[in-house]
Design a binder for this molecule. Structure first.
Ligand SMILES: [Zn+2]
Length: 406
């Protein structure tokens, strides 16, 4: 199943976005998997997976369509497919919303069947049957699909746009006030001023199918990066909170290149490892949730010690110990590193990933406060220490970060 046009607002954005960097093959594969799969591509890249086409695992690679097939077209229709792709690419480069792409493809289906016709009614030529006598370009230009499409879409990208006056003549789609509120056929007619104004409507459904398919598979102009296309609100940490096995997904879809993780690999078997687990990859049921802060989990002995320390804190200050950080999955460490590059540890190296560190608040996070001083003094009686590197004057002062050395 390729993504349907109904979801193009989201799916289209995600799929098209990602394709700029990872290319058509990956996008095709993830088009088969739907929105979630495609949105995962930049997240997997964060985690060190190779999201280039060659980084696909065999199972994903076998899902990649090999031909240039497009729904609505049959064998021998390569020209139509190529033309549709060009129109969509030109529209996207001009910032035309998906609905405008549908208008353009509907128009081309009606005018030429997506063929670059050498002639037509009166002096009409080309895919959009534009007329040189009406200012659309020379006879050669209106048969240049890219030129014709730029003229059709109009706006600042039109070959007929005059920067001095800000006008585009003849006007293209983007120059038609309120085109977004028009029906597809009305918008097409506003540009084409055809003698058969209702003729475009019958192509609308097919055009939607074609555009949706292309949005799932087309390459974007180079120069974009995954960061440009990240989907707001979709990140590894959020997905894990919602129960998505991010690492499991990425490792099933992509190879992890051997070059990535010199730093990660050395840390995986480093001292501090317990239970045979890797940093940030500890099954949640092997961690202990804190009784007064159940969203926070630690290694069971560290949790038990912190329970005792927190009880003492409560007795002293009459308030619960406030925790802002505890066990962090590898994916969460990656996300944190991205948002706080200077403060956060290299993913895979943090004691948070072993479930043996907490970040504390309620004044403890500030050097010199009574509660900070109290924690530095009393924490060690329960095995909780402010590491030397986190102290005032240390390598990376973090008054809030305490580690268990029980
Ligand atoms: Zn910390």
């Amino acid at each position: 199943m390729r993504p349907g046009i109904v979801a193009v607002g989201i799916v289209g954005t995600v799929l098209v976005s990602v394709s700029g960097l990872v290319g058509e093959d990956v996008l095709s594969a993830f088009g088969e998997m739907g929105t979630t799969g495609a949105a995962m591509v930049p997240i997997c890249a964060d985690l060190g997976y190779d999201v280039s086409p060659t980084g696909l695992t065999t199972s994903q690679a076998t899902n990649v369509p090999t031909g240039g097939d497009l729904p609505g077209f049959g064998p021998g229709q390569d020209e139509q497919i190529a033309t549709a792709r060009t129109i969509v690419a030109v529209g996207q480069a001009a910032g035309v919303p998906d609905q405008g792409l549908v208008v353009a493809v509907s128009t081309a289906l009606q005018e030429s069947g997506l063929r670059n016709l050498p002639d037509g009614d009166r002096d009409s030529r080309g895919v959009f049957q534009q007329r040189p006598s009406q200012g659309w370009g020379t006879a050669d230009q209106v048969r240049d699909v890219e030129h014709a499409a730029r003229a059709f879409f109009g706006g600042p990208g039109s070959p007929h746009h005059d920067p001095a006056s800000g006008r585009t003549e003849p006007p293209g789609l983007l120059d038609i006030t309120g085109w977004e509120q028009m029906s597809v056929t009305a918008a097409a007619q506003a540009v084409q001023r055809s003698g058969f104004p209702d003729a475009y409507a019958k192509h609308e459904e097919r055009a939607r199918t074609v555009v949706a398919a292309i949005l799932g598979t087309t390459d974007r102009p180079s120069g974009s990066t995954l960061a440009d296309y990240r989907v707001e609100g979709i990140d590894a940490a959020t997905l894990e909170t919602e129960g998505v096995d991010v690492e499991g997904f990425c490792s099933s879809a992509f190879d992890r290149p051997t070059t990535i993780a010199v730093s990660t690999v050395t840390s995986l078997g480093s001292p501090g490892a317990w239970g045979g687990h890797q940093n940030g990859r500890i099954p949640l049921d092997q961690l202990q949730a804190l009784s007064w802060a159940p969203n926070h989990r630690l290694r069971p002995d560290a949790a038990a010690a912190l329970e005792r320390l927190a009880a003492e804190y409560q007795a002293t200050f009459g308030r619960p110990l406030q925790i802002t950080g505890s066990y962090r999955t590898y994916a969460q460490q990656v996300t944190l590193k991205a948002s706080k590059p200077r403060l956060a540890a290299t993913p895979g190296t943090s004691n948070h990933g072993w479930g043996t560190a907490v970040d504390l608040a309620d004044g403890i996070q500030t050097f010199g406060t009574p509660r900070h001083e109290w924690m530095v003094t009393h924490g060690p009686t329960h095995g909780w220490y402010l590491p030397d590197w986190a102290r005032r004057g240390g390598a990376k002062p973090e008054p809030w970060h305490f580690e268990y050395r029980g």
